[in-house]
Design a binder for this molecule. Structure first.
Ligand code: ADP
Ligand code: ADP
Length: 228
């Protein structure tokens, strides 16, 4: 079955100088457990497409289904985890409390939350920083907190906008490996935006190449690294 089905989606932003067509004629299907990279030059609509799938913004035309439901229902049912480039952490919460947030929202009990948060903090190498606040961390560390938070509920779909962008090279490789492992273990589908061709090719089953003005999918490449 399909984690994501995007059908003939368009997105237009009204601006002072007229409408900007950010996306046009987008059709994309992501299979369960599939790893899909969105790549293309700046302004081709990668982030916009991801935000539409995440129901952070509605499409101007077309439909988006996540696990066979309209995207807004999937969002309410918490079927997916989101990690965007601007980490989006709550500044008044500690690292642990930020990671814990989706679990709290989902009504996971305090004891289980504690265990899961400790595991996740360790996974992203931030055990020693669990009691710090986001403004006491580097950009890369904040990004790791956002990744940990997006994994907290073991979502069936992960949406990630340049999740490794702010990481140094060593940490990036570690996080890439961990993400692949977690996605394989949990069977989660992943849709992620990247600027890096090697990252797109080595992490994903399919690379979706986009071009700007208006944002379109120009081709889709099977990497051959996919699961069989
Ligand atoms: P990418 O992520 O590929 O760099 P974006 O999705 O950020 O591209 O942007 C696609 C196009 O939509 C760009 O032309 C951008 O300027 C425009 N755009 C994105 N968000 C908005 C917005 N909130 N208001 C107006 N234009 C926007
Ligand atoms: P909850 O714990 O119900 O999820 P919040 O996420 O709003 O509630 O807040 C978590 C903690 O941060 C609470 O102790 C709350 O009092 C505090 N808090 C909430 N909003 C702010 C804020 N804008 N500035 C400082 N502290 C806040």
């Amino acid at each position: 079955t399909h984690s994501v089905v995007v059908r003939d989606v368009a997105k237009t932003f009204p601006t002072k100088t007229g409408d900007v067509s950010a996306l046009q004629g987008i059709d994309l299907t992501v299979a369960d457990g599939e790893f899909v990279a969105l790549i293309g030059p700046s302004g081709c609509g990668k982030s916009t497409l991801l935000r539409l799938i995440a129901d952070l913004d509605p499409p101007t035309a077309g439909t988006i289904e996540v696990f066979g439901k309209p995207a807004d229902r999937a969002r309410r049912d918490q079927d997916y985890g989101i990690a965007f480039q601007q980490a989006g952490l709550l500044p008044w919460r500690t690292v642990a409390a930020n990671i814990s947030l989706p679990l709290e929202l989902h009504g996971v009990g305090a004891a289980e939350r504690k265990t899961r948060v400790a595991e996740l903090a360790e996974l992203v190498g931030l055990t020693d920083f669990a009691d710090r606040h986001p403004d006491q961390l580097s950009g890369g560390m904040q990004q790791r907190v956002a990744i940990a938070r997006s994994l907290a509920e073991r979502p069936r779909l992960l949406l990630m906008d340049e999740p490794f962008g702010a990481l140094d090279e060593m940490t990036r490789e570690h996080m890439q490996t961990e993400l692949s492992r977690i996605a394989a273990e949990t069977g989660a589908a992943v849709v992620f935006v990247t600027h890096s061709i090697p990252e797109a090719v080595f992490l994903s089953d399919r690379v979706v190449v986009m071009s700007p003005r208006p944002g379109r999918i120009t081709h889709i490449i099977e990497t051959g690294f996919g699961k069989d």
